[in-house]
Design a binder for this molecule. Structure first.
Ligand code: NAD
Ligand code: UDP
Length: 353
């Protein structure tokens, strides 16, 4: 297959990143099969695509084998936020590991090219900064984040072993913190938490002193990187960092969100969750070189403004000064393991939207 002429499978296609990827693929005229068990994704994320003859959605859990005919696979299925992936940690590891085995098996049978959505979490709490792909990481293998971090590390191992052993065309993308419209409002991630809190006029929950850093990539920029990566020559397997190298402290993020929303929420400091990385910033030199000069183009303030608009619209949240009643399922997530006061409706396995 040259270019993306054939059928493209997106696992986790009803999730935050997956739905944007499906949308871009359909816009480009591709046939897309979206597979999802709706653990954290929702049909609402893909509702606008369902009438399109090029788009098909299938409820399926990737921890079970899948028999379909495809030419490209984007393997995104896995809960990504700490609140979601720590809810059922055994299932999280199974999704990464069994899911990788099943999707690699599918790729082997169909000779499809396959891309894995790996993560900056493979670097753990990094002792090297910024993180280059050559860095092996600093992960606690028995901590509360390990189900995700080690699951993703094992998936990377499987991808490279299938490449070496079976000659599969694999692409391993290490995705750094990505944000944008269609983030789950109760996923507990910092961007969604801060925006929803600011819009509701609730305290902004900063974990630790807010001095820890992250680098935030707008979802459109990330999707562009994924699309370019899967079309690189067969010998380009990665791993490849995809993210925005602009680094911010969590406190800076909170202040920016307050400014953009015009909110008068106060900052509330809470204990830092276990194994929370102190700093994170991708070195994207390799991606720039291999992906035709790819680099994120959306400044944080611009991407955040679009995300604020999204939450205002979809959650019916008016300006922060007005009194808002939130439905229980969109309350912000509690602080992890710290007995946070807020409550969140947890996602249910195979539940849905
Ligand atoms: P998300 O939770 O919105 O999407 C994950 C999707 O996978 C959801 O639709 C969920 O229902 C589905 N899913 C979960 N388990 C499944 C299973 N067993 N079978 C089938 N579907 C299943 O998260 P996201 O932010 O869109 O992340 C997508 C991918 O990108 C994940 O693999 C994640 O690890 C990776 N990633 C994301 C980020 C980020 O900042 N968003 C950073 C690094 C890596
Ligand atoms: N964080 C925070 N307040 C929140 C949610 C998160 O201060 O309400 C912090 C969290 O402790 C971490 C950073 O923001 O240091 C990013 O957290 P997130 O869960 O978004 O992503 P990850 O830790 O996986 O990078």
């Amino acid at each position: 297959m040259t270019g993306m002429d054939g059928r493209i499978l997106v696992t986790g296609g009803a999730g935050f990143i997956g739905s944007h990827l499906c949308e871009r693929l359909v816009q480009r005229g591709h046939d897309v099969l979206c597979v999802d068990n709706y653990f954290t994704g929702s049909r609402a994320n893909i509702a606008h695509l369902l009438g399109d003859p090029r788009f098909e959605a299938m409820r399926h859990d990737v921890t079970f084998p899948l028999y379909v005919e495809v030419d490209r696979i984007f393997n995104l299925a896995c809960p990504a936020s700490p609140v979601h992936y720590q809810r059922d940690p055994v299932q999280t590891t199974k999704t990464s590991v069994h899911g990788a085995i099943n999707m690699l098996g599918l790729a082997k049978r169909t000779r499809a090219r396959i891309l894995q959505a790996s993560t900056s979490e493979v670097y753990g709490d990094p002792t090297e900064h910024p993180q280059r792909e050559s860095y092996w990481g600093n992960v606690n293998p028995i901590g509360t984040r390990a189900c995700y971090d080690e699951g993703k590390r094992c998936a990377e191992t499987l991808f490279f072993d299938y490449h070496r052993q079976h000659g599969l065309e694999v692409k391993v993308a290490r995705i750094f913190n990505t944000y944008g419209p269609r983030m789950h409002p109760a996923d507990g991630r910092v961007v969604s938490n801060f925006i929803v809190q600011a819009l509701r006029g609730e305290p902004i929950t900063i974990y630790g002193d807010g001095g820890q850093t992250r680098s935030f990539c707008y979802v459109d920029d990330l999707v562009e990187g994924l699309l370019r990566f899967i079309e690189t020559p067969a010998e380009v397997c990665g791993p490849l960092n995809l993210g925005n190298p602009a680094e911010f402290t969590i406190r800076e993020l909170a202040e920016l969100v307050l400014r953009l929303t015009g909110s008068r929420s106060r900052l509330e400091f809470r204990p830092l969750p276990a194994d929370d990385p102190r700093q994170r910033r991708p070195d994207i030199d390799r991606a720039k070189a291999l992906l035709d000069g790819w680099a994120p183009v959306t400044p944080l303030a611009e991407g955040l403004a679009r995300t604020v608009d999204y939450f205002r619209r979809t959650l019916g949240l008016g300006p922060a000064s007005t009194t808002i009643t939130m439905p229980s399922r969109v309350r912000t997530a509690p602080a992890l393991g710290m007995g946070g006061a807020a409550t969140a409706e947890a996602p249910s396995t195979g539940g849905g939207d």
